[in-house]
Design a protein around this ligand. Structure first.
Ligand SMILES: Cc1ncc(COP(=O)(O)O)c(C=O)c1O
Length: 389
């Protein structure tokens, strides 16, 4: 029998990071000593106290049943308290927060709650691929907003044509940004909120990297701390990057109660909630001393400084990122992203992400993830130094 897929599945671009992982495995099979700066998956383990909470939680029979609903109230309260202490944002744990099985799950499902066929979704590019995937699955129409260096990698909201704005229903923004590592100032969010109100567009702010910053003075702000945000949108968040918990699948969406309720309704019909034991472990992560996060920041800073200084010494055009564990680098001598990525893999056994793989405005750039130890970063730099561009 010929298995015939849904046309939408055929429309999906190959999932970039699965492709990169495939290439990496092929090179390893050929015996290469790969330095992987590709996928944004922390190499450090989840802190011990979070693992311990999970071990306790997993042995409780109450946690073996369907979790259902928007998540444990205790988890949502921990999220609300975290928002209060981190951003001075007040959230109603019962109505304005919903637990997610990783923020990817909520981002991907959001469209099902709000997008009808033909509705336009405003998507930053280069950007996290799931904003577009959800659009394709709901027969929405993506309108890509270029993130350019000359605009500090912020979308130019004034450049979006009127006919697009009339059909636009949802806008995604992501700061600190993957892949450009840019952060958004308060003035951008103020403009975004006024724009959303004027055109009746829901805002989905993705803040997965808000805790990966390098200097107290550059601490990223939350979209939700800006006046009027809750009237127009929500913020997605995750424990994945902050606490090295990518494999655990736990995050949340917070903000406008009707939008949160819409996402929760979709989830009620698609999954049965996040494993309660994981939610209990997440409570421990959010409510314990945050020294583990400070320690991670120091480690990333050491890696960032080594990579950026090293690349700059080799003549690369690259800036010191203020947040995220990514380094967004212009490739030398006008190489395309794809050619540069191949050259780095073939001649230096280094895996990185082609900028254009995350959107056409990323052409000419590569993204390095700071997910290997500084010694390996230094080794990568020695290898890069030997490449003839
Ligand atoms: C910008 C951005 N948002 C969301 C996610 C999803 O993270 P998770 O589903 O692990 O919470 C990622 C993961 O890489 C990301 O880069």
């Amino acid at each position: 029998m010929e298995i015939r897929c849904n046309d939408k599945l055929k429309k999906l671009p190959p999932y970039l990071f699965i492709e990169i992982d495939k290439k990496k495995k092929e090179a390893i099979d050929k015996g290469a000593d790969i330095i992987s700066l590709g996928v944004g998956d922390p190499d450090m383990p989840t802190p011990e106290h979070i693992i311990k909470s999970m071990q306790d939680a997993v042995s409780k029979p109450v946690n073996h049943q369907y979790p259902f609903g928007a998540g444990l109230l205790a988890y949502r309260k921990a999220v609300a308290d975290w928002y209060k202490s981190r951003f001075n944002v007040t959230l109603d744990a019962a109505g304005e927060i919903c637990a997610l099985i990783g923020s990817k799950e909520g981002i991907g499902h959001m469209h099902l709650g709000f997008i009808n066929p033909g509705d336009v979704v405003l998507i930053p590019e280069p950007g996290y691929p799931v904003y577009n995937t959800g659009t394709i699955f709901t027969d929405g129409v993506p309108y890509f907003m270029p993130l350019l260096e000359k605009n500090n990698y912020l979308p130019d909201l004034d450049a979006i044509p009127q006919d697009i704005l009339k059909k636009a229903k949802l806008i995604f923004v992501n700061y600190p940004n993957n892949p450009t590592a840019a952060v958004a100032p308060k003035s951008f969010y103020e403009k975004l909120i006024a724009f959303a109100k004027k055109h009746n567009i829901i805002v989905a702010a993705d803040a997965a990297y808000s805790e990966i910053y390098y200097d107290e003075k550059d601490k990223p702000i939350s979209f939700l701390e800006v006046e009027g945000a809750k009237e127009v949108g929500v913020e997605f968040h995750s424990l994945s990057k902050t606490y090295n918990m990518t494999g655990w699948r736990i995050g949340w969406v917070a903000g406008n109660k009707d939008i949160v309720a819409g996402i929760a309704k979709v989830k009620d019909n698609y999954d049965s909630g996040a494993f309660q034991a994981v939610q209990e472990a997440a409570i421990s992560a959010l409510t314990s001393l945050q020294t583990c996060v400070e320690d991670s920041r120091k480690i990333y800073k050491d890696r960032r400084d080594a990579l950026v200084a090293g690349l700059q010494n080799l003549g690369w055009d690259v800036k010191l990122p203020k947040a995220t564990f990514y380094v967004w680098a212009k490739v030398p001598n006008g190489y395309t992203s794809a050619k540069a990525v191949s050259k780095l893999l073939d001649e230096a056994a280094i895996v990185c992400t082609p900028g254009n793989g995350m959107g056409q405005s990323g052409e000419g750039y590569v993204r390095f993830a700071l997910t290997v130890e500084t010694t390996r970063i230094k080794e990568a730099l020695e290898r890069i130094a030997k490449i003839k561009w």
